[in-house]
Design a protein. Structure first.
Length: 444
């Protein structure tokens, strides 16, 4: 310890009753410098965190976690940026870009203090880099092409090496031709578990990346130059009914981590039947006293949010972006407004030219997903999918939280079995009479 540090420590001890014995650096004038963000984690030299022991692994619906190998105490990962073909929803196959065969790329899951090397190979037709969004690491590892490193040319493999200094929910994405590369699906999430598991421990921990695409109906390739009119909104690059349900047991403590790398839109994500607490942002943990209850959490572009709750309400519950255009699928945007229009004999006239023509939308857009409306091949209708009571009239950024009793696995348990007499239904004449409820005279 330098003399100046020792004197400073003495002063700190007198003032605060504590002082780090670490070799904290001073500047030329002897002023104590704040420690580097990763200094403490590096000094601790923790052993690599172990899945199932040091943390409960995350679940990434429609996605996986990136495998690693241990080399002399370092977790070694290999990310491959490459063209990928995925099924975004039944009927819609998309030629996108991603990592290791999927978009989003697999979740990088580590423990606070883990020392990692990440090799990044570029199999794209243009250069790329990887930026570790939200991680406080040495500047040369930050992945911003031109500023902190040369871009990774097609065919090259670059090496990043750093320590993950802080727990939390972060992301990775290119910082080269961002509009094209993120618009094509190059993105992924990073989960850094705390070194000491927080109690109560989450039983289910979901990682979900929110994003948006413009894919012209009938085509397979996203148009990354779109700056509005996004027609497919996704959770882990899948649109409902392509989104895997989130299955939990009644009483489970559930954590949901959301990242948003959409080009232009924030997403207010709403959960039915429960309330949750917002527990972290990509800036870190929110102290317990500052966690606030919500049923909708706004996930701004370029941000992460984590929420926690106890799944205390059995059932099938919608989890979705609350922007109404974000739960529409490909065919439902920018249509002429026919609400309230009397189409008169128009249909008959047009049918002479276009057999089977039907004007739609005069009474709203409900049910338009299940009318068997012809859509171009490799396209999805404007909404939804089949449910236990008929058609689920939502699509896009929508999935289902399934809270169940008596299940032994987290496989999809099918639809919820409702307690007898506990589902909304048409009122009977007797019930209407008993409660003196009449039907408004001006019926439609
Ligand atoms: Cu949204």
């Amino acid at each position: 310890m330098k003399a100046s540090t020792a004197i400073h420590c003495l002063a700190v001890i007198l003032l605060a009753g504590a002082c780090s014995t670490s070799a904290q650096e001073t500047n030329a004038a002897g002023k104590l410098l704040p420690p580097l963000p990763w200094a403490e984690a590096e000094r601790a030299a923790y052993p690599p965190g172990r899945a199932g022991v040091d943390y409960t692994p995350v679940t990434a619906p429609n996605n996986t976690t990136l495998a690693f190998k241990l080399v002399a105490g370092v977790k070694v990962f290999h990310l491959i940026a490459e063209p990928v073909t995925i099924q975004m929803a039944p009927g819609l196959t998309v030629d996108a870009w991603g990592y290791n065969g999927n978009t989003p790329g697999p979740v990088i899951e580590v423990v606070e203090g883990d020392h990692v090397r990440v090799y990044v190979s570029n199999r794209l037709p243009e250069p790329t880099t990887v930026h570790w969004h939200g991680i406080r690491l040495p500047a040369g590892m930050d992945g911003l092409s031109g500023l902190t490193q040369k871009e990774i040319a097609p065919g090259e493999t670059f090496r990043y090496e750093f320590v993950f200094p802080h727990e939390g929910t972060f992301m990775y994405h290119p910082h080269f031709d961002e509009m094209t590369q993120m618009g094509m699906g190059l993105m992924g999430m990073i989960v850094v578990h705390p070194r000491k598991t927080k109690e109560p421990r989450a039983d289910r921990d979901f990682a979900m990346m929110l994003t948006e695409w413009f894919i012209k109906p009938g085509t397979r390739r996203p148009d990354p130059s779109a700056m509005d009119g996004f027609n497919i909104l996704t959770i882990n690059s899948r649109a409902f009914p392509g989104t895997a349900p989130l299955v939990v047991k009644r009483g489970d403590r559930v954590r949901m981590r959301f990242g948003n790398l959409s080009a232009m839109d924030h997403h207010p994500v709403h959960l039915h039947g429960h309330r949750f607490f917002v527990t972290e942002t990509d800036g870190g943990q929110i102290p317990a006293a500052g966690q606030w209850p919500e049923t909708t959490v706004l996930v701004p572009v370029g941000s992460t949010r984590a929420v926690e709750f106890v799944a205390d309400n059995p059932g099938d519950w919608g989890l979705h972006c609350h922007m109404t255009h974000h739960v529409m699928n490909q065919m439902g945007h920018g249509l002429p407004n026919l609400l309230g229009i009397d189409a008169g004999g128009l249909d008959e006239k047009i049918r002479k030219l276009v057999p089977g023509y039907m004007t739609m939308g005069q009474s709203g857009m409900g049910g338009m997903g299940d009318m068997g409306m012809a859509v171009p091949s490799n396209s999805i209708p404007m909404k939804g999918g089949d449910g236990p009571f008929g058609y689920i009239d939502m699509g896009g950024m929508f999935t289902i939280l399934k809270v169940r009793e008596g299940i032994t696995t987290y496989d999809d348990p099918g639809w919820f079995q409702y307690p007898a007499g506990n589902v909304a239904r048409p009122a009977t004449p007797d019930e209407l009479k008993q409660d003196a409820v009449g039907f408004p005279a001006t019926a439609p």
